[in-house]
Design a protein around this ligand. Structure first.
Ligand SMILES: NC(=O)c1ccc[n+]([C@@H]2O[C@H](COP(=O)([O-])OP(=O)(O)OC[C@H]3O[C@@H](n4cnc5c(N)ncnc54)[C@H](OP(=O)(O)O)[C@@H]3O)[C@@H](O)[C@H]2O)c1
Length: 231
């Protein structure tokens, strides 16, 4: 294990990509704070956990101020999928997805960008999706949030290039996580149809390990085969 005295804050750290990334960053010597609604199923791994619902935007700025979580690296990962035609979503469901998958990221950035700029360095990793690259049937709301993250990442990268702040976007295809638990479809069984959360975490650590003058601006990950099943 190497010690590097760096800190990371991960949203959506209670499962899947976020939890796998937390474990790998801890193993690399980072101190890691995590935000999610429920950490009760997470074994003790040395992460500093904070339970908060990121869709509660009115309370988010004061939560971030009070928690004062250290971050040299900010990994904006929290999100979920819900698929269907727009007319199948209630107004509240549309708001919740946009607030969780997109607007909460803006609030975290508004809190941490001044800190990064004052300190003179920082790394921001946004977890997008293949849905940030290509719209698809039944994906209007989810894809819109993820496309928006890509525009955010590209603009932020330009804004931050003179501040020693690196901005990376990671776009996975189907990942073997809790993401599909509430959905009526999932990747076909077999590891050729899914990416392991640990592989996404490895890609994130790879981007962070580049020399500071190098930004891996975007990574697209796919399983070697693509096929989905109805549950
Ligand atoms: N799985 C895939 O196929 C796939 C593909 C491309 C992109 N992604 C993206 O990858 C990210 C992570 O997903 P995953 O695959 O790792 O799924 P996951 O295992 O379901 O993890 C989602 C994480 O987000 C947190 N979260 C969800 N809503 C939240 C809220 N309102 N407030 C706080 N935390 C919240 C969850 O924690 P709690 O439930 O405890 O709050 C959990 O820690 C998401 O942004 C997802 O869109 C996933």
């Amino acid at each position: 294990m190497s010690q590097n005295n760096k800190s990371a804050l991960i949203t959506g750290a209670s499962s899947g990509i976020g939890l796998a990334t937390a474990k790998q960053l801890l193993a690399a010597g980072y101190s890691v704070s995590g935000i999610a609604r429920d950490f009760s199923d997470v074994e003790t791994i040395g992460m500093d956990t904070h339970s908060f619902d990121l869709s509660k935007l009115d309370a988010l700025p004061s939560f971030l101020k009070q928690a004062n979580l250290p971050a040299d690296v900010l990994i904006l990962n929290a999100g979920y999928g819900q698929f269907g035609g727009i007319e199948q979503f209630s107004h509240a469901q549309i708001r919740k997805m946009v607030d969780t998958n997109l607007v909460s990221h803006f609030y975290l950035l508004k809190h941490y960008l001044p800190i990064f700029k004052q300190r003179g360095h920082g790394d921001i990793v946004l977890i997008g999706s293949e849905s940030a690259l290509q719209g698809a049937r039944a994906g209007a709301v989810y894809c819109a949030t993820k496309f928006a993250l890509r525009g955010l990442a590209q603009s932020l990268r330009a804004d931050c290039s003179t501040s020693n702040i690196r901005v990376m976007l990671v776009n996975p295809g189907p990942v073997d996580s809790d993401f599909f638990d509430q959905l009526d479809f999932a990747p076909q069984l077999g590891n050729e149809f899914v990416i392991e959360p640990e592989s996404v975490a490895q890609a994130i650590l790879h981007t962070l390990a580049q020399p500071r003058n190098v930004v891996v601006d975007e990574i697209n990950l796919q399983p070697i085969k693509r096929s989905f099943r109805k549950k």
